[in-house]
Design a protein around this ligand. Structure first.
Ligand SMILES: Cc1cc2nc3c(=O)[nH]c(=O)nc-3n(C[C@H](O)[C@H](O)[C@H](O)COP(=O)(O)OP(=O)(O)OC[C@H]3O[C@@H](n4cnc5c(N)ncnc54)[C@H](O)[C@@H]3O)c2cc1C
Length: 300
């Protein structure tokens, strides 16, 4: 249980956490590691570092700063979000949590399964959200493409709709927990590791062709590559997305009470400074909503 859950511990998430924790809200920040900032070797244009700095240093200092006000960073991967009465539930690869408010700061999405023709079957057999679209594949033959915890969870969730589910790693090494591998095995979900070449079908997806020339019939293919990104999490909550980005209004609200998004996951200028500013704005606006304050428009 927390007051605020922030998904993402990059500049956007850490900046938001400084505000919510400093305002006395119990704040959990989920950070599974990685993210764009940690990969950047030189950052020359961020305020306060006249000699330049590195992405890992910015992330490290951001965590220390937010921790000073009591924010807790949790090194777990969020694989599912949902509603739990008046609160939001957040499931990780290890635990379940709830919070009154949610800030999504998962960074940019650069995931692509690298399968020929996949775009041609978007919404005609290819989906990015089991929660949203599995219903349309009841008792059909379905694949989930991915090799990590998120893919395993999506494949297991699919069992509510069909027993004919296969997990395709597409040649990637399995990165999922032993517990999830055992659950897949127990539930009879096979794991195929052959790399896919391309998809085929007449308007609707019909089959996948592997690089070794083998073919398999498929009615649906759910993309769950890497971790659940902002777009995936937004779709689980039924929030509007625009391509890989979460759509937000001027207040950075993502379309649901007390749910905000900030940083690269909402598009925009995609800079450290922008992400930090958006994290602060999202937190301030969430805090205002949590206090029940009414927004006053002074512009006119
Ligand atoms: C090559 C390159 C160079 C760049 N150079 C500059 C530069 O010089 N100056 C500049 O201002 N900007 C630069 N940028 C852009 C800048 O790095 C980004 O705008 C900024 O890092 C975005 O911060 P963020 O907090 O939105 O996301 P990120 O830093 O990507 O952080 C996202 C966080 O979310 C976490 N996360 C994601 N999904 C989950 C999940 N399911 N569960 C748990 N945790 C999750 C990740 O672990 C990570 O902690 C550069 C980008 C690139 C690619």
């Amino acid at each position: 249980m927390a007051d605020v859950i922030i998904i993402g511990g990059g500049p956007a998430g850490a900046s938001a956490a400084i505000y919510t924790a400093r305002a006395g809200q119990e704040t959990l920040v989920f950070d599974k590691g990685g993210g764009t900032t940690r990969d950047v070797e030189t950052i020359d244009n961020y305020l306060g570092f006249p000699e330049g700095t590195t992405g890992p240093e910015i992330v490290q200092l951001g965590h220390e700063h937010a921790e000073r006000f009591g924010a807790e960073f949790v090194e777990e991967e969020v694989i599912r979000v949902g509603q739990d009465g008046m609160r939001y539930s957040v499931e990780t690869d290890e635990n379940e949590y709830t919070a009154e408010g949610l800030i999504i700061a998962t960074g940019g999405s650069y995931k692509t399964p690298g399968v020929g023709n996949i775009e041609a079957f978007e919404n005609n057999g290819v989906s990015h959200c089991v929660e949203c679209d599995a219903f349309f594949y009841q008792d059909q033959t379905v694949g989930v493409i991915g090799a990590a915890n998120y893919a395993a969870k999506e494949a297991l969730l699919m069992l509510d709709y069909t027993d004919d589910v296969t997990l395709y790693t597409n040649g990637s090494e399995l990165e999922m927990s032993a517990e999830l591998q055992e659950r897949l095995d127990r539930e009879g979900i096979p794991i195929e590791d052959a790399p896919m070449d391309h998809l085929e079908g007449n308007g609707e997806l019909e089959q996948v062709v592997f690089r070794d020339g083998e073919e398999t019939d498929l009615d649906g293919l759910f993309v769950a590559v890497g971790q659940a990104g902002g777009q995936d999490l937004a779709e689980m909550l039924g929030l509007p997305t625009d391509g890989n980005y979460i759509e937000v209004d001027e207040e950075l609200n993502a379309g649901m009470d007390k749910v905000y998004a900030a940083g690269d996951c909402i598009g925009g200028n995609r800079q450290v400074a922008s992400s930090v500013g958006e994290g602060a704005d999202a937190a301030i606006n969430l805090l205002e909503e949590m206090r029940g304050a009414t927004y006053v428009d002074y512009s006119g």
